[in-house]
Design a protein around this ligand. Sequence first.
Ligand SMILES: Cc1cc2nc3c(=O)[nH]c(=O)nc-3n(C[C@H](O)[C@H](O)[C@H](O)COP(=O)(O)OP(=O)(O)OC[C@H]3O[C@@H](n4cnc5c(N)ncnc54)[C@H](O)[C@@H]3O)c2cc1C
Length: 367
Amino acid sequence: MGFREKIMTREIVGNKYLDTFRTALLKRNVKSVSSVIDLIDIYMVYQKHKSDIPTSPLIVGGGSNLLFVGNYSGPVILNQIKGIQIEEDLDAWYLHVGSGESWHKLVSFTIQKGIFGMENLALIPGTVGAAPIQNIGAYGVEFKEFCDYVEVLDSDTLMLKRLCKDECQFGYRDSTFKQPQNKKLIITGVGFRISKEWKPVLSYGELSKLDPTRVTAQQIYELVIKTRKEKLPDPEHIGNAGSFFKNPIVTKEKLEFLSQKYPDMPFYPIDEKAGYDFVKLAAGWLIDKCELKGFELNGAKVHEKQALVLINANNATGKDIALLAKIVQSSVQDKFGVLLEPEVRFIGKLGEVNALKYLSKISYQND
Ligand SMILES: Cc1cc2nc3c(=O)[nH]c(=O)nc-3n(C[C@H](O)[C@H](O)[C@H](O)COP(=O)(O)OP(=O)(O)OC[C@H]3O[C@@H](n4cnc5c(N)ncnc54)[C@H](O)[C@@H]3O)c2cc1C
C-alpha cells in the first residue's frame, strides 16, 4: 500500500481548515497521529515510497503560525500525541507533555494544579510541540525558561532522542529547530522544569498595574486572558496568525538615529545572545506610524486594533495575505529603513519556503 493510499484511510473530523488564517481547506491527504509509533509507521511508509512523493510530510499542530501561499500538495501529519506526566522534588515540578497537547490547556492545567510560572503564556494558540520551535513568548516570559528537554523523532533514522535546553539554542522567536538541517526532527514530547520558587513577572503592559507583593498566579492568568481577548482577534471567528512579523532587532546607532526623528518610538532590551549593542523595536508601532491600521487588500486586512496582526477579513487567499504583508513590509522599510521579517511560516506548493525571499519576489504583476 502506497503512502498516499494509506494516509487516505483515516478521516479527520472537526475544523474545516488546516490553518488559523482559514485559507487552507483540510484535504484528504491528512493523517492524524496519536503516538510515536504512528509517526514511525508513517515515516517507514514514506521512506519506502519517497521517489513517488514530491515532498516530505508537513507536520501541523494547531496551524496557528502558518500561511499557505502555494496550494500545498504534499501529505500532512496532524499531531495529536497527548499525555501529561508529573513528577516533583523539593525544588521543582517536572512535566513530560505529549507534543500534540494544546498549549493553553497545559497552562490552565498547571495553574489548577498549583504549578505556577507559565501564567503569562496563557491563551497562546497551538500545540506544546510547536512551542520550542519559535520559543513562544508573551508578557515578558518565554517558553525557554521552563524547558528541561525536547524529545524528537529523527525522521531519517527513526531514532528518538532528547535535546537538553542548551542544545535547543533558544533565541528571540528562534531555536535550533528552525535550522534547515533540523527540519527532519519531529517534536514528540517536551520536558518542563518549573521551579517551586514562584516570582511574578509584571514588566509588560497591563500586568505592570498589579501589585507584586500581593498578586497571585491565578490573577495574572486571568488578566492575561482578558487582555488578549480584548486586543487580539479570535481565530475561531477571524482568520489570523497572531503577530505576523517579528519585532525587528536594530543596532543602538540605528535606534539613536531614529529616536531623533521619533522621540516617542518604543524599544526594548534583548537577551545577551544577540549582544548588548542591539535593541528590539516594536513592529506594531512602526506599522501603525505608516497609517496602515485597517488597510485592506483583496479581503486581507491590517487589524484595526493591532497593526502587527494581519487578518483574513473577507475570503482572502494565502497569497492575498502575503501581498498585504509585502505592502506593510515595504512601507516600514521606506519610512524607517527597517526590514520586517515574518514570524509566520510560509508553506508553498512543495513545503516550507523562505518567507523573506518569497516576499521579495511577489508583486501585483506576477500574481
Ligand atoms: C491569535 C494568535 C495569537 C498568538 N500569540 C502568540 C504569542 O503571544 N506568542 C507567540 O510566540 N506566538 C503567538 N502566536 C503564534 C502561534 O500560536 C505559535 O507560533 C504556536 O506555537 C504555533 O503552534 P501550532 O501548533 O499552531 O504550530 P503550526 O502552526 O501547526 O506549525 C508551526 C511550524 O512548526 C512546525 N511544527 C508544528 N508542530 C511540530 C512538531 N511537533 N514537530 C516539528 N515541527 C512542528 C510546523 O511544520 C510549522 O513549520 C499566536 C497565534 C495566534 C493565531
